[in-house]
Design a protein around this ligand. Structure first.
Ligand SMILES: NC(=O)c1ccc[n+]([C@@H]2O[C@H](COP(=O)([O-])OP(=O)(O)OC[C@H]3O[C@@H](n4cnc5c(N)ncnc54)[C@H](OP(=O)(O)O)[C@@H]3O)[C@@H](O)[C@H]2O)c1
Length: 342
């Protein structure tokens, strides 16, 4: 069995996890048990939520991360040893629940895997638009946001994989998709390459005016990935009986206990708004429905996507930090090894 490099949380972070909280350690790889497979990881997903798993003391999504644990991560890889009837050696798989971990190899039970068809999409997209972030967009937009034809859906953090997918799902349902992203280049990309109906630059001085102009009838669905000031601005522009999907709070991660208050909270009441928090971990029993729907729209060419691939497990920390500065454009993934190397 090969040696396994693993990113271990050695100290719980209060803000953004960095060198003092994480160590790359090498351990021997175990043999898979009955119903399990040993996977060599090809690509691992970098998600803002990984910091949340490390920071949080609550049970989020199947377990609190404790000191000594491998950093949680979603991944796609190839089975190299199998005691599973469903996934023989050579199968490509992705994990459903984020326990592949930041490591070279992982052992997972067959019940936590989903088959990957390499012909459908490149591997990085299989853990992006077709993976956990795609499922997040699906349940948040389709289930909670419920956009109707002719409505306006606004998505913050729009240039990220969840936002990009969520806006396109609103369009699949006949709604207008308005993105909020940082800078004119990202906004141009959202409209010209992804096909959003409009995109508003939250860093621009006239952000409020731009947002109002893009949503002349107000916001029917607000899919929020960011929280903070952007959430407050959108709250003030919600249409009557609008829906807010709280999916993420990337502007507030790393500021535990110091979250900003909201000035426009009153609009929840006067607008008869519905506001619901989303946790992907609440939907395990419906993952297959979402995978099938996303793959269907993907085959029809209705889900545009982009990935940014960085190299090497050892580079996890600096690459991870790019998520929090908006430095990435598209789904950020870490390439662990070449697909062709057995
Ligand atoms: N609830 C759930 O179950 C669940 C599951 C998965 C993900 N999430 C959440 O969904 C959100 C998006 O995830 P993702 O995978 O799409 O992330 P991503 O690909 O890293 O994109 C995040 C986007 O947020 C923007 N951003 C970063 N810092 C910001 C700030 N301070 N203010 C405003 N915008 C900022 C960045 O672009 P700009 O250049 O535009 O700033 C970036 O495009 C995250 O908050 C994540 O935690 C929730």
């Amino acid at each position: 069995m090969p040696d396994n490099r693993q990113w271990i949380m050695v100290k719980k972070p209060e803000g953004l996890a960095s060198e003092e909280h994480l160590e790359l350690k090498t351990r021997p790889t175990d043999e898979p048990g009955s119903g399990e497979v040993l996977i060599e990881q090809l690509y691992l997903s970098l998600d803002p939520g990984q910091n949340f798993y490390m920071q949080s003391s609550a049970d989020v999504g199947g377990g609190t991360m404790k000191v000594g644990d491998v950093v949680r991560a979603w991944g796609v890889g190839r089975v190299i040893a199998s005691k599973s009837g469903r996934y023989p050696v050579g199968s490509y798989v992705r994990d459903r629940y984020g326990f592949a971990g930041m490591q070279d190899y992982t052992i997972l039970p067959e019940s936590s895997l989903y088959p990957v068809d390499p012909a459908l999409a490149p591997f990085p997209a299989q853990i992006g638009v077709l993976g956990m972030p795609g499922l997040t967009a699906y349940f948040g937009m389709i289930d909670i946001g419920r956009p109707q034809a002719g409505e306006t859906a606004v998505v913050s953090g729009a240039a990220g994989v969840v936002g990009t997918t969520a806006g396109q799902l609103a369009q699949v349902k006949g709604a207008r998709a308005v993105g909020i992203a940082g800078g004119p280049d990202k906004c141009r990309y959202m409209v010209q390459e992804i096909g959003f109906d409009a995109c508003v630059d939250y860093r621009a001085e006239d952000f409020e005016e731009q947002l109002a102009a893009a949503c002349p009838n107000g916001i029917d669905v607000f899919f929020d990935n960011v929280a903070g000031k952007i959430l407050d601005s959108c709250l003030s522009k919600m249409a009557y009986r609008g829906r807010i999907v709280s999916c993420g709070a990337i502007a507030e991660y790393g500021t535990v206990g110091q979250w900003r208050g909201l000035h426009n909270y009153w609009n929840v009441l006067v607008g008869s708004l519905r506001w619901e928090g989303l946790s992907i971990h609440n939907y395990y029993d419906r993952y297959d429905e979402a995978y099938a729907a996303l793959e269907g729209w993907f085959r029809e060419g209705r889900l545009r996507h982009r990935e940014e691939v960085a190299d090497g497990l050892e580079n996890f920390i600096p690459v991870f930090h790019r998520l929090f500065t908006g430095a990435n454009l598209g789904k950020l993934v870490l390439k662990i090894r070449d697909e062709a190397v057995a």
